[in-house]
Write a protein that binds this ligand. Structure first.
Ligand code: NAP
Length: 242
């Protein structure tokens, strides 16, 4: 059967659209990003440094930036230090690496700065606490609790399930690069998370949406597994294509 003019135009439109999506992705992937690291302790400090080395511009936050400045100076001109609000405003992408207890306060105080931005969420309710935010994480899930306190953020769970020391050595490990589980409800946030995981010397393992992130919460099979990507996929029952 001869294809109709309408169906030819429709297919052509799809080809042009996919060309532009691929092109946009290519340009995006080749461009250094401006990243705000909210909480530059063990995890944020380590991952932020790896991103600076990968060519990104990173502002590391501290409530006492003067104490952090000497550590950051050695990283060169792509690294800077500021208060949490300044780092959140600086970044087009943010890494959230604060203690879980600080989530309600940070979520409230930085709201205007993170709204509509991609936020890679590495936080965990780690250790014992009687606080409401820990109780909510136990009851409703970690990702869901972060989403509640960070309204308007385009969240991806990333860097939450691997120790900072393992991220630091991932690219040079004799056992192979570490598989980093990531999850998001937002396709663009997932894509950015995957790229920044690679740029930190790890291999992304796409687990699914934020609900699926429960498999790499503390206590889940993907938490601190410290496996390569194929090994982690196997443990989580994911196909090789994921
Ligand atoms: N360490 C790891 O291996 C690892 C791995 C995966 C996930 N995580 C998760 O990542 C998060 C950070 O862990 P970490 O080990 O990096 O902790 P950390 O070394 O204690 O660093 C936390 C940082 O958060 C900042 N901070 C604390 N309270 C804050 C507040 N109210 N407002 C703004 N900033 C605040 C602190 O900066 P200032 O005091 O300078 O302001 C500090 O540098 C936790 O949720 C943890 O569960 C950690």
């Amino acid at each position: 059967m001869k294809p109709s003019r309408r169906s030819i135009l429709k297919s052509l439109g799809a080809v042009v659209a996919s060309h532009w999506v691929l092109r946009a992705n290519h340009v995006f992937a080749a461009t250094p990003m401006r990243i705000g690291v909210i909480g530059a302790g063990s995890l944020g400090g380590t991952v932020g440094r790896l991103w600076v080395e990968a060519g990104h511009e990173v502002m590391f936050s501290s409530r006492h930036p003067e104490q952090l400045a000497s550590r950051i100076r050695g990283l060169g001109p792509r690294a800077s230090v500021g208060q949490p609000k300044a780092a959140a405003e600086f970044g087009t992408v943010l890494l959230l690496a604060i203690p879980f207890e600080a989530l309600p306060q940070v979520g409230r105080e930085l709201r205007s700065a993170y709204r509509d931005k991609i936020v890679l969420d590495a936080t965990n309710p780690w250790g014992a606490s009687r606080s409401d935010v820990y109780r909510e994480a136990r009851e409703f899930g970690v990702a869901q609790t972060v989403a509640k306190y960070m309204p308007g953020a385009r969240l991806a769970r990333a860097f939450s399930a691997v120790d900072a020391t393992v991220v630091e050595t991932s690219a040079t490990r004799s056992a192979g690069r570490i598989g980093m589980p990531i999850a998001s409800d937002d396709a663009a946030a997932m894509q950015v998370a995957a790229r920044l995981v690679r740029d930190a010397g790890c291999d992304p393992v796409i687990v699914g949406n934020l609900t699926a992130a429960s498999v790499f919460e503390p206590g889940g099979p993907g938490f601190r597994a410290h496996l390569t990507a194929p090994e982690l996929r196997k443990r989580l029952g994911l196909s090789d294509a994921d």
